[in-house]
Design a protein around this ligand. Sequence first.
Ligand SMILES: *[C@@H]1O[C@H](CO)[C@@H](O)[C@H](O)[C@H]1NC(C)=O
Ligand SMILES: *[C@@H]1O[C@H](CO)[C@@H](O)[C@H](O)[C@H]1NC(C)=O
Ligand SMILES: *[C@@H]1O[C@H](CO)[C@@H](O)[C@H](O)[C@H]1NC(C)=O
Length: 295
Amino acid sequence: MELMHSDTIFISNLTLLNSPAWNIHPVYSSNIVVQGVTILAPTHSPNTDGINPDSCSHVRIEDCYIVSGDDCVAIKSGWDEYGIAYAMPSQHIVVRRLTCVSPTSAVIALGSEMSGGIQDVRAEDIVAVDSESGVRIKTAVGRGAYVKDVFVRGMTLTTMKWVFWMTGNYKSHPDDKYDPNAVPVVENISYQDVVATGVTTAARLEGIQGAPFKGICIANVTATLTKSRKYPWTCTDVEGVSSADVTPAPCQPLQGAHDGACPFPTDTLPIDQLTLQQCAYDVPVPGTGTGSGGN
Ligand SMILES: *[C@@H]1O[C@H](CO)[C@@H](O)[C@H](O)[C@H]1NC(C)=O
Ligand SMILES: *[C@@H]1O[C@H](CO)[C@@H](O)[C@H](O)[C@H]1NC(C)=O
Ligand SMILES: *[C@@H]1O[C@H](CO)[C@@H](O)[C@H](O)[C@H]1NC(C)=O
């Protein structure tokens, strides 16, 4: 389902089976609710992302169950010089009560196409089984723009290669005309209240040399590894803080002390108030001239 330049769309209670590519792709749109949707794709099928808000504002994705060969939810906003020129961010996005199976990809991905910017993403109550990574930020030099104000709270993950994964050198460009000076900014990323078991490596965080990913906050995370590792977190070019209740202990660049919870916005977004209007109409009853009151 690809919706372009649309406003106020409610997609609910559908099952989408074996799509050959992305399943739900709202692009250049706003006020989108995707609720109670089941998406099933073979777990080794390529590019079968579940739900991809792409240069969209005010999106609410809730109570969805997704089995995919690619990312369950991937937030995007245009690719390199084309996305920079179009400059339409994805912002004010809520994802809650998502259940995901994605053995070769992320439960929630940000990017890799993010050249219009991604800002204000709030994810809560996420459950995943047999997925490659929990939250993944993918970007590269040439993308420009930013990924900022990302808040994730409450994930229960079972069997996972990396709970957190950030990639600053995602090498895929539309062509060779990308701007090598278009360096993306990644900042203000909060992850908390995560329980993960069957984990290979807690995190693999790779920022960009000279443009580190900043303002990372990690709190209340327990990752139980399948076997003990010398470096359960691997980090380069990232900066941030963590609280004492993160196990295994994070890498040194994230060991700035932090007390209590990481930031999570307390305001309610207008998209949370969007409800589906029910249509009602009178069914004429033959011979009586009156309606039955059906709706
Ligand atoms: C979707 O299904 C749920 C559960 O049956 C129901 O409560 C809800 O009203 C349905 N949503 C719509 C928009 O029909
Ligand atoms: C990070 O997000 C919080 C919560 O929305 C906001 O108050 C703060 O200003 C942001 N910090 C930066 C550096 O953007
Ligand atoms: C830590 O996370 C767990 C799992 O989400 C939650 O039950 C618990 O209340 C959290 N603890 C704190 C101190 O927030």
